[in-house]
Ligand binder design. Structure first.
Ligand SMILES: Cc1cc2nc3c(=O)[nH]c(=O)nc-3n(C[C@H](O)[C@H](O)[C@H](O)COP(=O)(O)OP(=O)(O)OC[C@H]3O[C@@H](n4cnc5c(N)ncnc54)[C@H](O)[C@@H]3O)c2cc1C
Length: 475
């Protein structure tokens, strides 16, 4: 396996001429940080990736600079790994073979929000900026990760999948959320390719292996005023039934439907005073107009309202989304470093699947659930409602060994729980890619030398830096 640990002087001089010497980081803690993401949630990835580092990080602020950098790296045969805010969870932006890390955060203009609700922006635009500007114009993001305050537009499309809003809108590839993606190829004379509508979907969640995203158009949702509410009950099954019914109801737009099994709520230090001992918690972010009906339903069911706070405009903390998706795992790992996690999609028989998992791995799995729409349609009241709501989640797992982690993943498959394995850096194993053949073809077209984030697309045979790749590193 080849590692490009230093850049040759000619390449360095070309990069300096392209972006300016002060925009190139050649060592120290900054280079370490720019070579890493949140891979360390996984003990498996921690072992595999701890020592990986780029030869240089190059900060790119516009299309011309990007073109020059990609051309220079391509002519020198040096790997290029794109990076947004570096909040990915699977070592997605960690360079396996050194070379250049491309810091795209300065390439960050929000170009337009159209009257019919489409945002067009450069890859480094922060999702928080997009959300704030969209809300000013009567729109909001259809879905965004719980890291929306920090993470980038390009990073979300290349590394993320969904999150806040997905209970109504599904993930980024659902419905018609993506309008277009423009990619730059990595070759001596980089070209631009614009993919529209369905065709754009093959470029999503490909970890920067299929070209560098330089502009994205995403459809927005009509802005809604939200209330953030926590509900508590000591009875898991009862709270689960009520939460599931709330997720499937047409109470108006929902942005989050999340559930935490005890003791997860005790890890949320800023919120813990609102909870009672041994309580399971449901977190809802819902249209303020739906709140009276929701509270009446909770009261009738004997479910306690633990805390409520409006979502402010312009957006300001507290954001209860800071406790959802992989933020939940973060709070838990901080409190108890022995935890790791899995990412799961449960079936319609989710209640039975929970019981099977609890019986087979007693005390090793703690449930954290997130409700999703796997598609979206316009409901009778003019709200978008999911036409199939599914229960997913990011359960915590008490790490014992790689073997036990694999047993849990295998057992999930056996009982029909779909796993996106977060303990691998291969994109094919971390997510679901029914269109992987199209993704490989896109890579061949836009990365003919195999220089973009090499080693991450497992089924793409042509990795010049690792002619005999290991085909699996499952835990
Ligand atoms: C606490 C926590 C919570 C999270 N919650 C969620 C969640 O709710 N939903 C979710 O989907 N994810 C979640 N994530 C993962 C991650 O935060 C998101 O996917 C986020 O959108 C990534 O954005 P980023 O700017 O940090 O991207 P990065 O981590 O910098 O990059 C992600 C991937 O995209 C590639 N990339 C970045 N920019 C470009 C570009 N312009 N062109 C080509 N490739 C590019 C990188 O090479 C890398 O492979 C979470 C992570 C953490 C740590």
């Amino acid at each position: 396996m080849t590692n490009i640990a230093t850049l040759n002087p000619e390449l360095l001089a070309e990069l300096q001429a392209a972006v300016g010497p002060d925009k190139i980081v050649l060592g120290g803690e900054t280079l370490e940080n720019l070579s890493k993401d949140f891979y360390w949630y996984s003990p498996v990835l921690k072992r595999l990736l701890d020592d990986k580092i780029a030869a240089a990080a190059v900060r790119v602020a516009n299309l011309d600079q990007l073109r020059s950098v990609l051309s220079a790296c391509s002519r020198a045969g040096v790997p290029v790994t794109a990076r947004g805010a570096g909040t990915g969870n699977y070592g997605q932006c960690i360079p396996l073979h050194g070379g250049v890390v491309l810091d795209l955060m300065p390439f960050d203009r929000l170009l337009e929000i159209t009257a019919d609700g489409v945002v067009r922006a450069e890859p480094g635009a922060r999702l928080a900026t997009i959300e704030e500007e969209a809300r000013k114009k009567g729109w909001e993001m259809r879905c965004m990760p719980s890291t929306w305050v920090k993470s980038s537009f390009g990073g979300f499309f290349c590394g993320g999948s969904g999150g806040i809003g997905s209970v109504t809108w599904g993930g980024i590839v659902s419905a018609d959320t993506v309008k277009s993606v423009t990619l730059m190829s990595c070759e001596a004379e980089p070209k631009l390719v614009k993919l529209e509508e369905e065709a754009a979907k093959k470029s999503i969640h490909t970890y920067g292996t299929t070209g560098i995203m330089v502009e994205i158009e995403m459809r927005l949702a009509p802005r809604c005023d939200y209330e953030q509410i926590l509900f508590g009950s000591p009875d898991w099954d009862h709270l689960l039934d009520w939460t599931d019914a709330a997720a499937r109801s047409e109470y108006g737009t929902k942005r989050l439907v999340t559930m935490f099994e005890d003791p997860i709520p005790t890890y949320f230090k800023p919120l813990v005073r609102h909870f009672q001992p041994k309580e399971h918690i449901t977190l809802l972010v819902v249209d303020q107009r739906a709140v009276p009906e929701l509270l009446a339903s909770a009261e009738q069911a004997g479910i306690r309202v633990a805390y409520r706070v409006p979502f402010k405009d312009p957006p300001k903390p507290p954001f209860l989304s800071d406790y959802t998706f992989n933020h939940t795992s973060l709070w838990a790992i901080k409190a108890e470093p022995g935890y790791t996690y899995i990412q799961s999609g449960f079936g319609d028989n989710f209640r039975q699947q929970f019981k099977l998992l609890q019986a087979r791995f007693p005390d090793q799995i703690v449930f954290h659930l997130e409700w999703f729409s796997d598609r979206a349609r316009l409901g009778p009241a003019g709200h978008y409602v999911g036409n199939r709501i599914v229960v997913g989640g990011i359960p915590l797992v008490r790490y014992v060994s790689d073997q036990r982690l694999q047993e849990i993943i295998d057992y999930c498959a056996e009982i029909g729980v779909r796993i996106s394995n977060p303990h691998t850096y291969f994109m094919e194993d971390g997510g679901h890619h029914p269109d992987i053949a199209e993704k490989r073809a896109l890579k061949a077209q836009l990365d003919p030398l195999g220089l973009l984030n090499p080693g991450k697309m497992r089924t793409y045979a042509d990795n010049p830096f690792d002619p005999a790749p290991e085909l699996s590193h499952a835990p």
